[in-house]
Design a binder for this molecule. Sequence first.
Ligand code: ZN
Length: 132
Amino acid sequence: MARIKGRNTAPELIVRRVLAEQGFHYRLHAKSLPGHPDICFRKLRKVIFVHGCFWHRHTCTRGRSNPATNVDFWAKKFRKNVARDREALHSLKALGWKCLVVWECESKDRIRLTARLKRFLSRSEVASKNKT
Ligand SMILES: [Zn+2]
């Protein structure tokens, strides 16, 4: 719970391990990019965010759970987090980057995660899907 914007969280390490197993080369914590993506593929112009469900307000059970005290404080904090995430994705897309968000709960299913990462990093499939 203490890791609000933690680096090297358990889900992130899982994602990195899968990428390494699949032979993908990446850079970590691209500080020059909007939102500081956790994992960056410069040549492919693709980035991956690994989000904690609680802090980034995923639609799963954990992401919808709320602390019982300081309700206003948390509501405000969560709103800020979500707005910041949305802004980062928006800016990255505007700059021509493809983005993938992997939620903490999704990192637990290794087989699905692997398939998803491979699909994201292979060719143009994601590009056409994200076009709005
Ligand atoms: Zn979740």
